[in-house]
Design a protein around this ligand. Structure first.
Ligand code: TNX
Length: 501
């Protein structure tokens, strides 16, 4: 037995493949993955064979091959080149909405899927088999791809990331980078927290002061600014090409100081009743308090405002969802507000999402509840996105007592292992999302540090079935991805749970 073991390991490390012996580290772990002996050397001339529905995906392969420094030719058909890309709706029963099959053998590389999304994900998996250096555009002369057969599709349809651009703004350029990074790990929902007490970040043509005034503030030492509708649409298109839907959140009826400062007539009694006492708007707010401002729910003007905002937002949003916030507020008219806001969102042919407190109200079937502390009872048929603060609040420390992090939800912080350990049997859950609140996340570097690598752990939790997940194995694969993150210029936190290379 020992002899056999030695022979086997010799065979694995000594023969079969020349030089690169390591099996590539794929994250998220595919549902079925079989490495086989042998490898395919990418030739100097490549023919990418594709069917019509796969046409738009060929550009990603061309991009990969550009980095590999080889020539490519495109050819429409089936099995007409060493690369074969086939998007065929008939495969939906086998591969699902986002699944793919990737095969590498002596005749080349084949990816099949039922949708462009599935094809895109097959290509992301393939990309992780290339040397990390291609991520920064360095060219590579001889690339060998280990023979493999993968059939893959996600456990959850909601694999989200949330950026709080309200407390401290993040630029369009940063958001694009974030979209690229999310896509690499097969995440598909980008939730933008676009308004809060400290700032309003999306242009609304009907209410120009929201950005003229409310766009100029931020949390202390944070960045102000806003996205024009044109920029928002540009981001949305950029994201869509990478199978990512942007979900805009306007937080209501609490967390609204920036709006109140911009339009003082939205205040009840000119704000005299709210704590802590603030001067009459338009003085702006740069502090850290939550739950101290509210829209005036006894006033019809408020509903006119809410409807106009949702109307404009739904006109520029291609995704199905509008997030209405609903967190951290006590108000006798709260439930009525949530129901009305839900109805307005549906009137404009979108579905509403709200933080878990919104489940106190009677919600429509399409309403999705985003759970963060699990203290609210949620109706038995309601769809849920899990963002439990204990597992997913990335404004908490990567390790205990990390500088500039919160710890109200978990004094030990939220470690990589903690993120990875999330699991549920709750059938209502459609997926998970990791938010980065930005009271203390006031620069791109800090955002990187909080997001990475913990978002990668979340991505695997969201994609890979629970029985196939193993933290030890994950950290080993992640170590290799450190090299990729280096090439991508990500200022990731060097978590002590990983033996980084
Ligand atoms: C709670 S949980 C918030 C945010 C804060 C965050 C800070 C929830 C829906 N809201 O307003 O930024 O804590 O960790």
């Amino acid at each position: 037995l020992i002899c056999l073991g030695i022979a086997l390991s010799l065979n694995l490390s000594g023969f079969g493949m020349q030089n690169s012996e390591e099996t590539p580290s794929i994250i998220p772990m595919p549902q079925t993955l079989n490495w086989e002996s042998g490898s395919y050397s990418i030739p100097n001339k490549n023919i990418i064979c594709f069917n019509e529905t796969a046409a738009s995906s060929t550009k990603w392969i061309q991009k990969l091959l550009q980095a590999a420094g080889t020539k490519t030719e495109l050819k429409e058909g089936d099995n007409c080149g060493n690369w074969n890309l086939q998007v065929d709706a008939g495969l939906k029963t086998d591969l699902g909405e986002e699944g793919y099959q990737l095969v590498i053998n002596s005749s080349g590389i084949s990816i099949k899927s039922a949708t462009e999304a599935g094809m895109f994900y097959g290509i992301q998996t393939l990309r992780q088999m290339f040397p990390p250096e291609i991520e920064s555009g360095k060219s590579y002369s001889s690339i060998k791809l280990k023979f493999v057969e993968i059939t893959d599709n996600p456990a959850y349809s909601w694999r989200g990331s949330m950026l709080d651009v309200a407390r401290s703004f993040l630029s369009k350029e940063y958001i694009k980078k974030h979209i690229d990074r999310m896509a690499f790990y097969k995440m598909n929902r980008l939730h933008l927290h676009l308004s809060d007490d400290q700032g309003w970040r999306i242009e609304i043509k009907k209410y120009p002061e929201l950005t003229e005034t409310g766009g100029k503030s931020a949390v202390k030492n944070g960045r102000s600014g806003f996205l024009t509708q044109k920029e928002y649409i540009e981001l949305q298109e950029y994201a869509a090409r990478r199978n990512i839907v942007i979900i805009p959140e306007i937080d209501m009826p609490g967390h609204v100081y920036a709006a109140l400062a911009s339009y003082p007539e939205l205040n009840c009694d000119n704000n005299k009743n709210i704590e802590p006492k603030r001067a009459t708007p338009p003085e702006l707010y740069d502090g850290y308090n939550v739950g101290w401002t509210r829209l005036c729910l006894e006033d019809d003007k408020t509903y006119e405002f809410v409807e106009n905002i949702i109307k404009e937002l739904s006109e520029i949003t291609t995704g199905k969802w509008i997030h209405i916030g609903g967190d951290e507020i006590e108000d006798p008219l709260y439930e009525e507000f949530i129901q009305k806001a839900d109805a307005i969102v549906r009137k404009y042919e979108k579905s509403a999402i709200g933080w878990e407190e919104s489940a106190k109200a009677e919600l429509s079937d399409s309403f999705i509840v985003q759970r963060w502390n699990g203290e609210t009872e949620i109706a038995k048929d309601q769809k849920i996105i899990d963002s439990f603060c204990k597992f997913f609040y990335l404004d908490h420390g990567n390790v205990q007592d990390q500088e500039n992090t919160y710890k109200w939800c978990n004094k030990e912080g939220v470690s990589l292992e903690k993120v990875y350990s999330y699991n549920t049997n709750d059938k209502r859950v459609i997926g998970v999302e990791a938010p980065v609140w930005s009271e203390l996340v006031i620069s791109d570097d800090r955002a990187d540090d909080r997001l990475w690598p913990r978002s990668i752990a979340m991505a695997e939790v969201a994609w890979t079935n629970a029985e196939k997940r193993n933290f030890q194995d994950f950290t080993e694969r992640l170590a290799e991805h450190g090299l990729r993150m280096d090439e991508l210029g990500i200022n990731y936190f060097k978590s002590p749970e990983v033996k980084w290379r």
